[in-house]
Design a protein around this ligand. Structure first.
Ligand code: NAP
Length: 290
């Protein structure tokens, strides 16, 4: 039976540390503040928003919501981003994407100040992830993968890690963050030949394909650690991941559940970025923070 890597365990550790940091800021009269910018009412956005607000409340981060109708114009959306950029009380901004089709995502991303880009969507943040400069924020879900592994005491140095998925939101940045931890990383995608064989070679397998159940018994190997990033509504109305849990769990050494795995850590990473942004805008850092 595999060890379950529960996101709540990692989230608890991160949250406790951040509570102390937020309290220290608060003692100096600074309330770290997150702006949430949502266009429309997509159910998955609303669900993530609820999770993010709950986490921020636990930590001591204020949240200000900017809610726009799905018919909003590009001009109005950019004006809203400008007002968030200009507000000194706002430390970080989460913009829900994808945006409705009539809006220009590239323009919106380019407009957000990199210093407030706590979800790692601007080119500045991306280049920081790829250069390893540490100047900028990583996409939260990609970083959540690394946080779960570290918090579970799983060393990455020299490990063979396979990431299934090459999106700019998860697969690629996760691969870069793992590389920065000295893992030997393979990235797979839809043109990868013999995916199961490549997956079986990995000591750590990260499934971020966005396809329910694409990783099954044939892709698993004994001793493996499996992180399932996918979130899907199954035909039975229950949440499931990219990994066929029932097939893979009996084979591997450790695995994240869905729900309750990577997703549970993402909001903690987001909250951590808001605190870092608040610290950076006041020109201070906490000793000991990585
Ligand atoms: P995405 O943009 O659709 O990218 C999926 C990637 O997987 C693509 O690179 C694609 O390859 C690859 N892929 C798809 N099917 C494949 C297959 N059969 N074999 C090999 N590679 C395959 O998805 P995403 O935005 O990265 O999201 C991935 C998943 O994470 C989704 O299920 C999403 O709901 C979930 N998610 C979770 C969280 C969380 O907090 N846990 C947060 C955000 C998203 P190509 O490039 O060749 O097309």
């Amino acid at each position: 039976m595999a060890m379950l890597l529960r996101g709540a365990d990692t989230a608890r550790v991160l949250t406790e540390r951040m509570k102390g940091e937020a309290a220290a800021l608060s003692a100096r009269g600074i309330v770290p503040t997150l702006a949430i910018l949502r266009v429309g009412e997509r159910e998955d956005d609303l669900s993530y928003e609820r999770g993010a607000m709950k986490r921020c409340e636990q930590v001591g981060i204020a949240v200000r919501r900017f809610l726009l109708p799905s018919s909003v114009t590009q001009e109005k959306l950019l004006e809203t981003v400008d007002s968030i950029n200009a507000d000194p009380e706002i430390d970080g901004c989460l913009i829900f994407r994808p945006l409705p089709g009539h809006l220009d995502d590239g323009q919106v991303r380019a407009r957000l100040l990199p210093a407030k880009d706590v979800d790692g969507i601007t080119d500045g943040s991306m280049s920081a992830v790829y250069s390893g400069s540490g100047q900028g924020f990583s996409p939260c879900t990609a970083q959540a993968c690394v946080e779960i592994l570290k918090n579970s005491g799983i060393s990455l140095s020299g490990k063979r890690v396979t990431v299934v998925g090459r999106s700019l939101v998860i697969g690629r940045p996760a691969a870069m963050l793992l590389l920065a931890e000295h893992a030997t990383v393979t990235i797979c995608h839809t043109r990868t030949q013999n995916l199961p064989a490549v997956c079986r070679e990995a000591e750590i397998l990260i499934a971020a394909a966005g396809k329910a159940g694409v990783i099954g018994r044939e892709s698993a190997a004994p001793g493996q650690i499996v992180l399932d990033v996918g979130i899907h509504m199954g035909e039975d109305g229950r949440l499931c991941g990219d990994v066929r849990f029932d097939e893979v769990e009996p084979v591997v050494k450790a695995i994240t559940p869905v729900p309750g795995g990577v997703g549970a850590v993402t909001t903690s990473v987001l909250a951590g970025h808001v605190i870092e942004a608040a610290l950076a805008s006041r020109g201070r850092t906490f000793a000991g923070r990585p």
